[in-house]
Write a new protein. Structure first.
Length: 138
């Protein structure tokens, strides 16, 4: 299963906020990533399985209106992709949420997150280089 399409890593984004979802998708696409964006994890997992896609990294919203708990969602994701790094994105600033995410071993990013901060984080995980590197690849 590919983690790249051509020279571009596949970034999986799951968020039920359309503005966040489309903003992240457009932003990462413009910086050289292939993105698979969806409002639900189950939809995303079905697409990945059908087209044999393995993302290089996943950004998952903590609270989704999909009827699943965070633990259930993470169990589904890691069952299909045990080695894919996960970053949890949320606007929930409670200490309880932060502790749950930290205890699960995932990185927590709080909304609103500055575009360059999330880009630098993703690049550090995926090792995809700088904007100048991307320009030289095309």
């Amino acid at each position: 299963m590919p983690k790249m399409i051509g020279n571009s890593p596949i970034l999986l984004i799951v968020d039920d906020d359309d503005l966040v979802l489309s903003g992240l998708q457009v932003f990462f696409s413009a910086t050289g990533y292939e993105t698979l964006a969806s409002r639900t994890l189950s939809e995303t997992l079905r697409v990945c399985q059908r087209f044999e896609i393995t993302p290089a990294i996943a950004i998952l919203n903590y609270h989704l209106n999909d009827g699943l708990s965070f633990d259930e969602r993470i169990a589904l994701f890691t069952a299909q992709f045990p080695d894919v790094p996960v970053t949890v994105l949320t606007g929930d600033t409670s200490q309880q949420t932060a502790a749950i995410v930290r205890n699960s071993g995932f990185r927590l990013l709080l909304k609103p997150v500055a575009p360059l901060d999330i880009l630098n984080y993703v690049r550090g995980v995926v090792d995809f280089g700088t904007i100048e590197d991307q320009a030289n690849r095309h």
